[in-house]
Design a protein around this ligand. Structure first.
Ligand code: SAH
Length: 242
């Protein structure tokens, strides 16, 4: 869990956005939401948009101002879509994730501060931040919806924390990939069957077998799938000899 990251929303106007942020956070294993003087909270629209992330909403704390909301944070990043006349050191969401997302257990509390829907963060609020946090996008249209911005940042942190699990379709890790030995036995069986049914002419056998190997090498069969194919071969051999 990325429990050292605290998402802070400043003066959010639309309660639906607060709900959508809670959902975006929970999707990415983040749970601590802090709200600085939201216009409406709690609110039915927030609950509706949270869509199952009610626990994040329920545990969200409301603060009277930004300093109170980030008091226990050692690093604070202020997310902004706009170029500022004064320049703060800036990091992209990915750079931030690479810097602090990889080792969440040893990282200090980090505040991720997001601004108002209509006017973003004020300069005096960015003064409280160590870095400006930027989501690179279309320069001519750079302002994301609040919850979409939170989603992108949390996603980058989630990926960097190494919690993503890639599973191939049909491979839940329970069925092992076939070994080379099993594949060789299968190729022999396949070649024999094709000869038995009169499909394989000895002079073409080498090149066809090479092409068939290429097909199967691309698919990485697991042992269950291999059993099915060998079953088909056995069946066609029996059928052929009847
Ligand atoms: N109209 C506002 C932007 C509001 S979007 C403005 O001019 O600043 C609401 C919040 O989402 C922003 O305050 C910021 O925290 C975040 N956000 C939106 N787009 C972003 C981007 N491209 N990079 C970083 N944060 C962004």
């Amino acid at each position: 869990m990325l429990s050292n990251f605290k998402v802070v929303l400043v003066e959010t106007s639309h309660p639906g956005n607060i709900g959508a942020v809670a959902r975006a956070m929970k999707n990415m294993q983040m749970h601590e939401l802090r709200l600085v003087t939201p216009k409406f909270f709690p609110h039915a629209d927030a609950t509706a948009r949270a869509s199952g992330a009610d626990d994040v909403l329920k545990s969200a704390c409301v603060y009277p101002d930004l300093p109170a909301a980030i008091a226990d944070c050692r690093i604070v990043l202020g997310a902004s879509a706009r170029d500022r006349t004064i320049s703060w050191p800036a990091l992209t969401a990915r750079q931030c994730a690479e810097k602090w997302g990889g080792n969440p257990h040893n990282s200090p509390n980090i505040g991720l501060v997001f601004g108002r829907e209509n006017s973003g963060l004020k300069n005096h609020e960015l003064d409280l931040c160590h870095y400006l946090l930027r989501i690179p996008c279309n320069k001519a249209y750079s302002s994301l919806n609040l919850a979409a911005a939170v989603q992108v940042v949390c996603y980058e942190l989630f990926v960097a924390s190494g919690q993503e699990q890639t599973t191939n379709v049909g491979d839940q890790g329970e069925v092992p990939i076939a070994t080379t030995e099993q594949m060789e036995a299968f190729y022999l069986h396949l070649q024999q069957t094709m000869a038995d049914i009169g499909f394989l002419h000895p002079e073409r056998s080498k090149s066809i077998m090479r092409r068939l190997r290429r097909i199967f090498n691309r698919t990485q069969l697991d042992t269950k799938e291999l059993d099915i194919l060998r079953g088909i071969l056995r069946f066609s051999q029996n059928h052929n000899t009847k």
